[in-house]
Design a protein around this ligand. Structure first.
Ligand SMILES: Nc1ncnc2c1ncn2[C@@H]1O[C@H](COP(=O)(O)OP(=O)(O)OP(=O)(O)O)[C@@H](O)[C@H]1O
Ligand SMILES: [Mg+2]
Length: 399
């Protein structure tokens, strides 16, 4: 298969009908890779244009030829109309710095991906420089794609919750669910996973806190049979609780020892890939943190895990805890920064009764309010009451 090359020259040295492109000796190694029938496009510095296109007929000046033969490519030129590189830069993958796109034209010749080559050729193929209208329609399609991404949400399936966050979590984001012990974090996370599984989005539950059987039992109390989905390969529970207990795990999915960040990241990645996971829960980060020597290491670990989740295209919940008497809403102080959404679950006292409240503290790309909504944990799990806003003093907060 032919390769695709970009040749960079300045205005003086450019002739669109040139049949000979000469190069300085230091490009010898690159030219040695160019073969007959490869295609080449010329970018003209100063003009900032892709302005030439040709097919390679011969490479001359390489070793074995006479010393006097200069390094050059013989090309069969194709007539094109120049196109401004600035206009195509947003669509060219080899231009990674989109703001300073011109810094990429700093070598005389280099290989570019076929797709990029085709994009530039399409720019030529209009017979004239890409017009502003054409560019704006491309820009429009990007905006449309982003709009579609904003519009498509990952529904949690939790009654009353989706309606206060525009239908669900932003797709491909990490949401922090935080609160004190017994606040309902794990139940919320299970519901989120199950809703996905029932709708074709496979789920991975990384259990750092609870043994998988405890989790299965807790779920079964609500009538949710996790084993059914585990058996069908739509749900995986990874046992990360056993290193804490010191007892061996009988679970199919666990993190191999030693319990290092690399091992964790590799295992999680493999499982997500294996089952094509779209929803992930990490429950909980404080339990995860005890495996590291200091908090700086934990923060690095959290960042790496989060990058992995995002790059795998997953929408994820991580749970953390509020430390009573401490400022802040997370254990390590980084969770709130990596998370695109934060849900706080609290328990407070009203008269002689204990009640639950849920607040959306942050949800990117979402119109939400900072009200405390009542929620209950009933027979069908967690249910938010979107019409019941509650107020209480800090003194009334139990957890
Ligand atoms: N079957 C059930 N029916 C009603 N309420 C339940 C049921 N099972 C658990 N709960 C309630 O849910 C709470 C525990 O919820 P969950 O395990 O999600 O909390 P958590 O925030 O994850 O706690 P922790 O920080 O200890 O892990 C319990 O305090 C209990 O009151
Ligand atoms: Mg829990």
């Amino acid at each position: 298969m032919g390769r695709y090359w970009l040749h960079v020259t300045d205005s003086e040295g450019f002739d669109p009908e040139a049949e000979n492109l000469s190069f300085k000796d230091r490009w010898r190694d690159t030219l040695a890779k160019v073969k007959v029938d490869d295609e080449i496009i010329t970018y003209v510095k100063g003009k900032g244009e892709f302005a030439g296109h040709g097919r390679v007929c011969a490479v001359s000046g390489l070793e074995g030829e006479s010393f006097s033969s200069p390094l050059a490519l013989a090309v069969q030129p194709v007539k094109v109309e120049a196109v401004k590189a600035r206009l195509l830069a947003p669509d060219l993958s080899f231009i990674t710095n989109k703001d300073r796109w011109y810094v990429h034209f700093n070598k005389s010749i280099y290989e570019i991906p076929k797709e990029d080559f085709e994009t530039i050729k399409e720019g030529f193929a209009t017979g004239k420089p890409v017009t502003a209208a054409c560019v704006s329609s491309k820009a429009d399609s990007r905006v449309e794609r982003l709009k579609a991404e904003i519009a498509s949400r990952t529904a949690t399936g939790i009654k009353g919750l989706d309606s206060i966050i525009e239908g669900g979590f932003p797709v491909n984001s990490t949401i922090l669910v935080t609160g004190g012990p017994g606040a309902g974090k794990t139940i919320l996370a299970i519901q989120f996973l199950l809703h996905g599984v029932k709708n074709g989005e496979h789920g991975v539950f990384i259990s750092m806190d609870e043994r998988p059987d405890d989790l299965r039992k807790e779920a079964l109390k609500f009538g949710w049979d996790l084993t059914k989905y585990e058996d069908s390969g739509e749900l995986v529970i990874v046992d990360v609780s056993y290193p804490r207990s010191g007892l061996p795990s009988k679970e199919k999915y666990q993190i191999n020892m030693p319990f290092t960040l690399d091992n964790i990241v590799r295992t999680v990645y493999e499982i997500i890939s294996q089952i094509d996971g779209k929803r992930v829960v990490i429950d909980s980060l404080p339990a995860f943190g005890i495996h590291f020597d200091d908090e700086a290491e934990v923060r690095i670990a959290i960042h790496r895990l989060n990058n992995l989740l995002l790059s795998s295209g997953c929408t994820s919940i991580i749970t953390s805890e509020i430390i009573p008497g401490h400022e802040g809403i997370s254990r390590f102080g980084v969770e709130e920064f990596i998370a695109r959404g934060i849900i706080l679950a609290e328990v407070y006292r009203e008269g002689k009764e204990y009640k639950r409240a849920l607040t959306i503290l942050k949800m990117r790309e979402t119109n939400y309010d900072l009200k405390r909504y009542a929620f209950i944990i009933g027979k069908e799990g967690l249910e938010v009451l979107p019409h019941k806003v509650v107020f209480f003093d800090e003194a009334a907060r139990i957890i």
